[in-house]
Design a protein around this ligand. Structure first.
Ligand code: NAG
Ligand code: NAG
Ligand code: NAG
Ligand code: NAG
Ligand code: NAG
Ligand code: NAG
Ligand code: NAG
Ligand code: NAG
Ligand code: NAG
Length: 757
């Protein structure tokens, strides 16, 4: 039985609560089983798992124990189940027939209108009409739930729900089946894992209803219906809609404000696959240490199952940028999405009595108007008491104090308004969401204000908010928080795959979740502006739905290829996309993958790089994964690993070099083999065009590909020859296959890098 050492650890818990003692000794686990080992006596895997739990149970082998210990049976995502087990039960389970492996149930991290125009979507021509706005495609999201009454989920203009759909609208707190419609066609919720891990939690909204807002935001971004007059307190005012406004939404709520567990997320993905979603949009990740194996990442495993069933998985790269190796969700069978800015900024304008105007970034939502108010320079704004004496004036602060101290002082003194002068060229979103009228300006503009105050007998200022400026340049840029590659667990595939709009995205929100505070009053809104790779991901999920609608027979790899090879590498100034966190210097493919999503072009890519489940298995074999590791990912034991290759047929290239060693004159050669499938014009020829890669010799063989029929496959070899060690972190360039008629450019980024985890 359990070792004495463990008992000591648990006895503390016993004294706190006798009732919870049996649970306190247990931990929850996800257990992988080999279904081919199921004894003939069992008719299904669920009963086999229950019997297995019962056979290892410490306590009386009653039905009560086995059902209370069992949490979920997984059918489509992994082979196995989750359960609450004591150490000794787990040890006994390890000796049971069919047991493969187990992991502790871990916490999951959530990543936290105009975007469709910025992406070039229009109702007169292009991707939307071509794909019929994604009609009938089903996008599943695992998130915080949904606010079904939001206008984004109106089913106006939607056709009947397709008969292939097996999902449900589960009733629960403030949620019944009539809240689903022809737009929101599925709503389910998962919290058994959360409760097993923390039985004391009282869940007040035990249903798919979204008390947070995140899930309402992501699902309306992917497939929300048109809503006129959408705005965040007047900012971003316009008609909002999702990327695929005629696609359908199925919400699987597994993110709770009390915590998120792998066992619940896995149950949600498992069900989504069975229900028949076409696309999965995942804005979350398993929180694990660096350097893990893919078989340790349940989201990656579940996505493998989804991919095999033809479900396209879009996942966020995470918000831990901008350093190398900060990316998550990089399994080669998923599409990994980074976040970019859009060509829209929110501003206020400070007008001085002398007519000078200074604009500044803000999303201040309040109504306090500052018209022709006296301006008073308060140096450091160090004393709250001094600030309190100033009534009905705009204070101006500049000092060594940090930004946040000044803001806190001004807020607690309840000043009418404030101008903060600092050398931050662009204050973070945190500051621009101020709770009182605040102006953030740089040192140069600040000096103009100070000079004016000194020179004028009666210095005054007027501040207006709520200006939305579109067409700002340069855009897009990769934003600082966006997770960067390479992906430590699978370095041979370049990640992230692409960028999509992620910064200050307007979408629907839960009206019971506060969006801002003004003068200690919480504000609520049907729309919210949010930033994160979480926001970028549903954009791609929506566009993937458009592609799948236009090409129902395409594999997830073909859809990914279409998105990647047509992505834009240039911004709206026609220069390379820049990195907002690196002084607006050009970004590399390790930051942005193939570039920024271009929906129009992705519907008709000309050529695609396809890949099958077998190809990913060959990769795992070449990564020296054991049979057991591969079995956990593929849910099948039939792999001999005779064929192995790190060279996946992927639409991008990454090669590793040693870090710089001036003594080394050695040369190395990296070769890549790729196969293109013709999905464009029947008879068409393409010529290779290489760009960049300074200091590395790049060649392509053959340099011309001549296709004679549809779906014909032709192969080529790309060779990089360079010094064994690189002076730079990253050298990059691209290979484009350019259609001889000029109709298509099939572009792949190439990276040579010496960065190590
Ligand atoms: C997409 O197509 C629409 C309609 O043809 C066009 O207005 C828009 O400029 C295109 N956008 C891009 C990025 O090509
Ligand atoms: C669902 O709830 C709404 C609002 O509370 C109510 O009007 C409706 O009758 C309910 N429908 C069912 C099937 O219970
Ligand atoms: C939540 O609702 C489900 C389904 O009605 C029920 O089985 C479960 O016990 C409820 N959980 C809580 C914590 O109320
Ligand atoms: C949004 O814009 C429309 C038309 O430009 C205008 O009529 C409406 O008042 C604006 N709404 C808000 C909240 O600013
Ligand atoms: C601002 O004023 C408008 C119109 O009076 C009102 O609807 C809105 O709630 C006010 N906003 C805030 C943040 O007080
Ligand atoms: C900031 O502080 C340093 C040392 O405390 C002082 O020398 C300097 O003048 C200060 N700068 C401003 C702008 O107040
Ligand atoms: C700007 O602020 C940083 C700290 O945030 C400081 O290190 C730097 O010296 C400041 N520059 C100027 C010009 O004041
Ligand atoms: C796999 O193992 C072989 C033989 O030990 C080794 O040469 C190779 O570098 C390993 N591959 C990876 C990706 O670690
Ligand atoms: C290995 O790959 C070759 C060529 O791609 C193929 O013909 C063969 O069937 C594969 N063998 C296995 C066991 O998958």
């Amino acid at each position: 039985m359990a070792t004495p050492i463990l008992k000591v650890g648990c006895s503390l818990v016993f004294t706190i609560s006798l009732l919870a003692s049996t649970l306190a000794q247990s931990d929850t686990y996800i257990i992988h089983m080999d279904r081919s080992a199921m004894p003939k006596a069992f008719t299904d895997h669920h009963n086999w798992y229950l019997a297995t739990i019962s056979s290892v149970s410490d306590t009386a082998k009653s039905t009560f124990t086995r059902t209370s210990k069992h949490i979920y049976t997984y059918t489509s995502s992994v082979q196995g189940f989750s359960a609450s087990l004591t150490k000794s039960e787990l040890e006994a389970l390890k000796k049971s027939p069919g047991y493969i492996s187990s992991t502790r149930d871990r916490k999951i991290k959530v990543h936290t209108t105009h975007t469709s125009e910025f992406l070039g979507l229009s109702s007169s021509s292009g991707a939307w009409p071509t794909a019929n706005y994604g009609e009938d495609m089903i996008i599943g999201l695992v998130d915080t739930g949904i606010w079904p009454e939001s206008e984004s989920f109106s089913d106006e203009g939607m056709t009947e729900v397709p008969s292939r759909w097996k999902g449900k609208c589960e009733p629960g707190t403030q949620f019944n089946s009539s809240m689903c419609n022809k737009k929101l066609i599925g709503a389910r919720y998962y919290n058994k894992g959360l409760l097993a891990n923390d039985p004391k939690i009282k869940i007040s909204m035990n249903s798919t209803r979204d008390t947070d807002g995140h899930g309402t935001h992501t699902s309306s971004t992917a497939a929300g219906n048109y809503v006129k007059g959408a705005s965040y307190f007047g900012y971003a005012n316009g008609t909002s809609s999702g990327m695929a406004p005629r696609a359908r939404i199925a919400m699987y709520k597994a993110i709770w404000r009390y915590g998120v567990y792998e066992s619940d997320v896995l149950a949600a993905i498992d069900q989504a696959i069975q229900d028949g979603v076409d696309i999965l949009s995942l804005s979350l990740t398993v929180a694990i240490e660096d350097d893990f194996f893919l078989e340790d990442d349940t989201i990656a495993i579940a996505s493998f199952a989804a991919m095999e069933k033809g479900v396209f998985v879009a996942a966020s790269a995470g918000n831990a940028g901008p350093n190398y190796y900060t990316l998550v969700n990089g399994a080669p069978w998923m599409l990994t999405i980074g976040a970019g800015t859009i060509d829209r900024e929110f501003e206020g304008v400070l007008t001085l009595g002398n007519g000078n105007q200074i604009s500044f970034p803000t999303v201040y939502p309040g109504n306090y108007s500052l018209s022709h108010k006296p301006l008073v320079f308060m140096d450091g704004c160090e004393s709250v008491n001094e600030l309190k004496k100033v009534k009905n004036k705009i204070i101006v602060c500049k000092d060594n104090l940090t930004f946040s101290d000044q803001i806190d002082n001004a807020a607690s003194a309840r000043v009418s308004g404030a101008v903060f002068i600092s050398n931050h060229t662009s204050p973070s979103e945190f500051y621009t969401r101020s709770s009182f009228p605040a102006v953030y300006i740089g040192l140069q503009d600040g000096q103009r204000v100070i000079d004016y105050i000194k020179e004028s007998k009666d210095p005054r200022g007027t501040v207006v908010f709520r200006k939305t400026v579109t067409g700002t340049k340069p855009a897009p840029r990769v934003d600082g928080y966006s997770g960067r590659g390479p992906f430590a667990s699978c370095r041979s595939v370049l990640k992230p795959d692409l960028l999509a709009p992620g910064t200050l995205v307007l979408a629907s929100w839960s009206p019971i979740s506060s969006v801002a505070e003004v003068r200690s009053h919480s504000l609520f809104s049907k729309f919210n502006l949010l930033s994160g790779t979480s926001m970028a991901t549903p954009h791609v999920a929506g566009v993937a739905a458009l592609i799948k609608k236009a090409h129902p027979d395409w594999s997830p790899a073909a859809i990914r290829s279409a998105l990647m090879t047509t992505a834009d590498s240039l911004d709206n100034t026609l220069s390379p996309i820049k990195d907002a966190s690196n002084n607006n210097l050009p970004a590399t493919p390790i930051d942005i993958g193939s570039g920024h999503i271009n929906p129009n072009k992705s519907l008709d890519p000309g050529l695609i790089y396809d890949a099958t489940a077998e190809d990913y298995i060959k990769l795992l074999c070449a990564m020296n994964y054991t049979n057991k590791q591969i079995q956990i990912i593929t849910r099948s034991s039939h792999h001999d690993c005779k064929n192995r290759s790190l060279d996946l047929n992927y639409p991008s290239f990454i090669a590793y070099f040693d870090s710089y060693d001036s003594g080394s004159k050695e040369k190395v050669v990296h070769k890549f083999q790729r196969t293109l499938t013709n999905v464009g014009e029947r008879m068409s020829s393409y010529t290779a065009k290489l760009l960049g890669m300074d200091g590395i010799k790049v060649s392509v063989e053959p340099q011309k590909l001549v296709f004679k029929k549809e779906h014909e496959k032709l192969s080529y070899t790309l060779t990089l020859e360079g010094p064994k060690s690189l002076e730079e972190d990253v050298i990059h360039g691209s290979l484009s296959w350019v259609h001889d008629g000029g109709k298509y450019v099939v572009r792949s980024p190439i990276v040579a890098t010496s960065v190590t985890p």
